[in-house]
Design a protein around this ligand. Structure first.
Ligand code: HEC
Length: 129
């Protein structure tokens, strides 16, 4: 009978090994796939922001590297006075001090980034169009 028990546990551990490997697969970093989902979501700006930008731009950022924070008006007043959305996009395209090029999202289209910036600022830069 003990041989059956051993076979059972062997089978169980094999099953667990393979099933856990499978559950790891979908969590591989696949920005194109993530963006595809975001594009079909309700608020693409928020989607892009949450996945690619929040780590530095959240009001309570995981990485505090001096990024202007989402919804914190004083962080944005001067930037919005100096640059409109298009100029900000050009500014972030090549990276900006501690920010990697395109905010680290190379698969993001210009529209994705603009939507994320709008969500971050929470209102349109006022002075210039
Ligand atoms: C690794 C951290 C980091 C990530 C990730 C990041 N940023 Fe930034 N971002 C910064 C920092 C730091 C600055 C401030 C740069 C400076 O002025 O020195 C900044 C500045 C900006 C600005 C202001 C640009 C300007 O013209 O003043 C915008 C807009 C911006 N980020 C958008 C984004 C977007 C959109 C994403 C996601 C796609 C993103 N960032 C991801 C760190 C980050």
């Amino acid at each position: 009978m003990w041989i059956l028990k051993i076979l059972f546990f062997l089978g169980l551990s094999l099953f667990l090994t393979f099933s856990s490997e499978e559950s790891i697969t979908p969590s591989y970093h696949n920005p194109a796939e993530i963006l595809e989902k975001i594009h079909h979501g309700k608020n693409p700006g928020k989607g892009v922001y949450d996945v690619f930008c929040a780590v530095c731009h959240d009001p309570d950022p995981v990485i505090a590297v001096g990024a202007p924070l989402r919804g914190v008006e004083k962080d944005w007043v001067l930037r919005c006075r100096q640059r409109n959305l298009k100029a900000m996009l050009i500014a972030i395209d090549g990276g900006m001090n501690n920010m990697p090029p395109r905010g680290g999202c190379f698969e993001c289209t210009d529209e994705d980034l603009i939507a994320a910036i709008k969500y971050m600022i929470e209102k349109k830069p006022s002075s210039r169009k």
